[in-house]
Design a protein around this ligand. Sequence first.
Ligand SMILES: Nc1nc2c(ncn2[C@@H]2O[C@H](COP(=O)(O)OP(=O)(O)O)[C@@H](O)[C@H]2O)c(=O)[nH]1
Ligand SMILES: [Mg+2]
Ligand SMILES: [Zn+2]
Length: 320
Amino acid sequence: MRDSPPKNHDESGVVVRSTGSWYDVDVSGEKVSCRVRGKFRLAGVNQTNPVVVGDRVGLQMQEDGTGVIVSIEDRFNCISRRAAGRKVGKEQVIVANVDTAWIIQSVLLPKLNPGFIDRFIAMTDLYHIPVGVVINKCDLIDEKIADAISFWSDLYKGIGYPVIHTSASTGEGVDTFAAELKNKTSAIVGPSGVGKSSLLNRIQPELGLRVGDVSLRTQKGMHTTTFAALYPLSFGGYVVDTPGLREYGLIDIEPETLSHHFVEFESFSDACKFPNCTHDHEPECRVKEAVESNEVSVERYESYLNMLFSLKQGEKDVGR
Ligand SMILES: Nc1nc2c(ncn2[C@@H]2O[C@H](COP(=O)(O)OP(=O)(O)O)[C@@H](O)[C@H]2O)c(=O)[nH]1
Ligand SMILES: [Mg+2]
Ligand SMILES: [Zn+2]
């Protein structure tokens, strides 16, 4: 913070909710309603919103029990998205200071979507946020889909991402997932209907998150879903419910650097003939050779080509 007033704050805490003009700040377990003093400007960052969920802030307590946010600690990372259009410089930060992110998918209803996983993995890699995959509704696995689920599970494990199989219905894997959330701030992302709320309720029933909402109703009920909320976990840590991340038109990567965010391509791309090879049409591409020799999975490579195509089109909404 450069432009902040003198730092004579008397409390500090974490922003857990934002309504636009008021912020809920968790101060040692107690929620304090706060406003922001004056206009904050973060050095070198052009952002639409000065204070976001996840920010660690300094407060001055008022006589009426509310607080005034007078300082913001430097963020160690953030998840943000850009206003539509390539040229727009404004960045909307959705959540700051996330330790980890979990992509929730279900085996059926809706069926597992590797394109979603790959896009989100690339995005979290861009922001240096560790990421894992939760495959939920495993109680619905039958012999028809068992092989496919094992295939995807092995694929992501094989390239180094943790994969947890869960069922919010039977409780399978839920303790394993809960253990991963402990003492961390974890962003929970995934398409509607995969069981995010059900899993979190199973882990901590007091959260009382609404389950089974159709997205139409959610949009109506929530009004402003662009701001995240942090929910404290009784065993330590926070989970971040980020409805805005479901439709993550988030990726803002140059086509030439997209492959840097496909971790298993890295060891081959150095050997490509052209240093800026996009592993698409270029000759003597070591990544393409690795696909042919099954050292890189053809599914991930196709996912990469889809994203590359979208980025070349200048779209922010990558893939399908
Ligand atoms: N069979 C089965 N159904 C589940 C499971 N988890 C959630 N569901 C159901 O899936 C639907 C969507 O769940 P919800 O938690 O609202 O998903 P969200 O949109 O990702 O938060 C609801 O009807 C849940 O009862 C599970 O593990 N197994
Ligand atoms: Mg939900
Ligand atoms: Zn190449």
